[in-house]
Design a protein around this ligand. Structure first.
Ligand code: NAD
Ligand code: UGA
Length: 459
């Protein structure tokens, strides 16, 4: 069993630390946010990630994990492996903000003892491992302690919402290494998590490993953007994007994943990593226009969705109460970073009479990040359905997928705009619901004025 230090207790760092601790390793986690350290030491996970809290408590119980904000304390244990898992956000020009990464590298170099493998797990531009090596070497020359280091790239591919499963049963693990020792250490660490080390553990050079991460995220996002663009065409020509998705995705060469059209991708990484790839292209004078298109299509997705709402309600929008189901960028997380739902709410909130919103776990994140947003917070799905004139679905939480036509009939205008294509348009039409999915045949649009007329006639 190895002594491991993990720096950064966010989504990636905490999952990495807890999973290695569960495998029996001795893990010390360094997190600069002291209140987070206190909470974690008590077994409290600061964000919603299914299964992580119980695994953390087991690891704490076994004594295999310990949290601190003091990097020198952590490194005084002379760990064999140090993982860097800090944030790498985008700067205004799309370049990656490496402030936290370089701060970690310097701190580690100043406090390291013995022989250590420094593993870069954060998503970082190509060239980072090489620069890290150079930086270590220059600090090493002036260092009072003896330490010997090796560097590796080991990008993380976990998804939020199923992070434990993704880490414990990865499709593949990628290492960028120079030495046989680094390769051996990483194989020893990851071998228990894969079924076949020959086909699932890939050692390559630093640059290939760093680039693999950016290409993976851009490739996944490109599939979504392509289908979102095709959905616009499907709308016009009368095709059903869900049927096209099945027809295309059943080709094993193409595969069925990441083809779902909707209001666009969100989350902390796709956008920033595509920007990172584009920036890398600019730095090296290589055209990255494909990546640019992927992002452009996504940027347009929420406004394309909103334009249907504007077209439907016209001048009556300002008298309608809008219900929103889903704030998180995807189900099973409370993460709202770059969530299309948030972009949609911000754009729509001043155009409607009022807005009521529900999400099973992400409402506290919304309140915290957007305290000024003029929305009512509901305690349940039903509360939204009962009190709104029209409904928008932004996240495909299971609780929303399970709604029946009779639940949706509670919506006063009986109008549903579905940004995640979770219902059957025929079932909706049969129930008398005006249902507007993305890229699927809708029931014939009826202007709100006609509905209001009907109501007046009824009375
Ligand atoms: P995060 O923002 O959730 O967590 C980063 C943590 O590092 C924070 O808690 C922060 O306080 C801490 N930190 C920063 N500097 C520190 C320092 N010097 N010492 C100690 N702690 C420090 O970020 P994340 O979502 O876990 O992402 C981390 C990296 O992994 C990013 O590069 C991201 O692109 C990549 N990644 C993220 C995901 C994901 O699903 N979130 C998946 C794969 C890869
Ligand atoms: C994504 C990648 O899937 C991970 O492999 C990667 O490690 C991670 O980014 C990262 O680098 O941070 P994540 O952002 O957690 O993971 O979520 P995804 O499941 O990839 O979904 C991203 C977005 O795409 C969501 O908004 C989701 O709703 C949307 N999506 C996904 C679609 O619109 N259609 C699809 O078919 C699939």
């Amino acid at each position: 069993m190895k002594k491991i230090v993990v720096i950064g207790a966010g989504y990636v760092g905490l999952v990495t630390a807890v999973c290695f601790a569960s495998a029996g390793h001795n893990v010390v986690v360094v997190e600069r946010n002291e209140s987070r350290v206190v909470a974690l030491q008590l077994g409290q996970v600061p964000f919603y990630e299914p299964g992580l809290d119980s695994l953390l408590r087991l690891a704490l119980g076994s004594g295999n994990i310990y949290f601190t904000s003091d990097i020198s304390e952590a490194l005084s244990t002379e760990p064999e492996v140090v993982f860097c898992c800090v944030g790498t956000p985008s700067q205004k020009d799309g370049a990656v903000d490496m402030t936290d990464v370089w701060a970690v590298v310097v701190e580690v170099a100043r406090n390291a003892r013995g022989r250590m493998l420094f593993v870069q797990k954060s998503t970082v531009p190509v060239g980072t491992c090489k620069k890290t090596e150079e930086l270590f070497a220059s600090i090493f020359k002036t260092c009072a302690y003896a330490f010997d280091f090796d560097v590796a790239s080991n990008p993380e591919f976990l998804r939020e919402g199923c992070a434990i499963n993704d880490f414990m049963k990865p499709d593949r693990v990628v290492f960028g290494v120079k030495s046989e020792w680094a390769k051996k250490v990483l194989i020893e660490l990851y071998e228990p998590f894969v079924q076949n080390k020959e086909t699932q553990l890939f050692a390559m050079n630093y640059e290939s490993s760093e680039l693999t991460k950016y290409v993976s995220n851009t490739m996944l996002a490109s599939r979504i953007s392509f289908m979102n663009q095709i959905a616009l065409l499907a709308d016009v020509v009368g095709a059903d994007i869900s049927a096209v998705e099945k027809g295309v995705g059943s080709d094993t060469r193409i595969g069925k994943h990441f083809l779902r059209a909707g209001i666009g991708y969100g989350g902390s990484c796709f956008k920033k990593d595509i920007q990172g790839l584009m920036h890398l292209g600019r730095v090296h004078g290589v055209d990255m226009s494909f990546a640019e298109c992927v992002e452009e299509i996504n940027e347009n997705q929420v406004s394309a969705f909103l334009s249907r709402i504007y077209a439907y309600y016209d001048s009556m929008l300002s008298s309608r109460r809008c219900g929103v189901l889903g704030v998180a960028f995807k189900p099973e997380t409370d993460d709202i970073r770059s969530s299309p739902a948030v972009a949609l709410m911000n754009a729509l909130v001043d155009k409607v009479q009022s807005m009521i919103v529900y999400d099973p776990v992400a409402l506290p994140s919304l309140k915290l990040s957007y305290p000024q947003l003029r929305v009512d917070f509901a305690n349940s799905v039903k509360e939204v359905l009962k009190s709104c004139d029209f409904l928008i679905i932004c996240t495909e939480w299971a609780a929303f997928v399970g709604l029946t036509p009779s639940d949706l009939l509670l919506v006063s205008d009986k109008v549903v705009f579905d940004g995640r294509n979770i219902f059957d348009p025929h079932e909706m039409a049969a129930a008398g619901i005006m249902y507007y999915p993305v890229g699927r045949k809708s029931v014939a649009p009826r202007k709100i004025a006609a509905i209001v007329n009907d109501r007046q006639l009824e009375h």
